[in-house]
Design a protein around this ligand. Structure first.
Ligand code: ADP
Ligand code: MG
Length: 151
């Protein structure tokens, strides 16, 4: 078993607005680029909501302009310091389909921050990801957010 150095941080929010605001503190942990994070959590956990908050914190997009890339699979937002790629692979099934998306190229951009909802479905992404953001319900509108950096 390899010895991995991990940095972990936990956050808790009580509302959708709280998760949006949390984007600021979470975004700090995701820099400097380039990095790729898997976003883990059930449907409706708040993954896309958190990306809205992160995009706003990075000056890449207004929260209302960030929408779920459910059908388009990838959305790209240009921030001042980073290029934010937001993917949702819920509908994608095979590594072959994934290859046609050009994820490798995105991740190789020196200023790329790649956030992948349902990225843990794919072995190639699990291997390449620099970390993970997990969101889970803590009852009602409360959410637990855990950011783990791999090194
Ligand atoms: P996902 O991308 O994980 O499927 P979304 O961010 O699209 O989830 O949706 C989360 C849903 O949960 C939204 O309808 C939002 O209003 C609701 N919600 C309730 N409480 C929260 C919270 N604390 N954080 C994020 N979303 C919340
Ligand atoms: Mg989503």
């Amino acid at each position: 078993m390899s010895l991995e150095l991990r940095e972990k941080k936990r956050f808790k929010t009580r509302s959708e607005a709280g998760t949006l605001a949390m984007g600021e503190r979470v975004a700090e942990m995701l820099l400097p680029a380039p990095k790729m994070f898997v976003l883990r959590g059930d449907l409706g956990a708040g993954k896309t909501t958190l990306v809205k908050g992160i995009a706003a914190a990075l000056g890449a997009a207004e929260t209302e302009d960030v929408t779920s890339p459910t059908f388009t699979l990838v959305h790209e937002y240009a921030g001042k310091k980073v290029r934010l790629f937001h993917l949702d692979l819920y509908r994608l099934e095979t590594e072959r389909e994934l290859m046609t998306l050009g994820l490798e190229e995105m991740a190789e951009e020196p200023d790329a921050l790649v956030l992948v909802e349902w990225g843990d479905k794919f072995k190639s992404i699990r291997k390449k990801a620099t970390g993970e953001i997990a969101i889970s319900s803590a009852g009602g509108d409360a959410r637990k957010i855990t950011v783990t950096l791999r090194d």
